[in-house]
Design a binder for this molecule. Structure first.
Ligand code: ZN
Length: 256
């Protein structure tokens, strides 16, 4: 009797988890309503420079991400005029749990559970409606670090942890990184070679038909860089020079 009840409870919990994942996926891939994305800025390195930068952020600093999604969605015939809305939330003090770059599968699973727990309490702001997708954006003083730590976007849990630079000159490229991780939460996959960062051909190229092929004028967002030649690539300075390629559009269900 007790054994049966325990099994029933376990099955109900599993059904609840599966239902929740299905609802999240439906809400983020149906493109019937504007998707609310919350940006939670953090001081990533504890420096005064990063703090000053975070304190000066305004919602206008993120409108180019909204415009990027609107422009690209229109190209794919998505009827929604504003696919995503970005809401800027107050600075979060507690940093998200770090992921050990050498973590095992089990280590990554444990980290993702801790991250969900962190996101649940770090993102609640009294009097503010919670967003569907939570992006924790950690700003680092570029003078203390030349290479930002790896960023992550999780489709399960709809959480992003993004490392960017606290510098006005990097504002445009920061927003490319945020858009890239946001697209991971929506189901998009990387389109670059993890060994060296080279955009994959053709899915990571903005203009695969271009003759001659190099240099590419724009970047595909999930490659993050435009190829200048077969051996060189660079990140554009703003989302105006970035597109969503057909493979990414299919992954996020803009096309079928
Ligand atoms: Zn990625």
């Amino acid at each position: 009797m007790w054994k049966n009840i325990r099994i029933l409870i376990l099955l109900l919990v599993l059904a609840g988890v599966a239902l929740h994942a299905w609802l999240d996926r439906h809400a983020t891939q149906s493109w019937e309503q504007t998707l609310w994305v919350g940006i939670y800025p953090l001081n990533g390195d504890g420096t005064a420079a990063a703090q000053q930068y975070v304190a000066a952020l305004t919602p206008r600093d993120f409108t180019d991400i909204e415009e990027f999604f609107a422009r690209e969605a229109q190209r794919y015939g998505v009827r929604l005029s504003q696919p995503i809305h970005i809401e800027l939330y107050p600075q979060v003090q507690e940093l998200p749990p770090p992921l050990d770059p050498h973590a095992s599968m089990l280590g990554i699973a444990w980290w993702s559970l801790k991250l969900r727990w962190y996101a649940a309490h770090a993102s609640s702001v009294p009097g503010r409606a919670p967003p569907r997708i939570r992006m924790f954006v950690l700003y680092h003083d570029p003078s203390t670090l030349d290479h930002a730590p790896d960023s992550h976007g999780l489709q399960k849990g709809l959480i992003g942890v993004v490392h960017v630079f606290a510098a006005r000159s990097m504002h445009g490229s920061n927003n490319i990184v945020i858009a890239h991780e946001l697209l991971h939460t929506l189901g998009a996959s990387d389109k670059y070679n993890p060994a060296d960062g080279a955009p994959l051909f053709p899915s990571g190229y903005a203009d695969r038909e271009r003759q001659p092929r190099y240099p590419q004028e724009d970047a595909e967002v999930m490659a993050g860089r435009r190829a200048l030649s077969a051996q060189e690539w660079e990140m554009p300075s703003s989302l105006r020079r970035v597109v969503i390629g057909p493979e990414t559009a299919l992954e996020i269900r803009w096309t079928h």
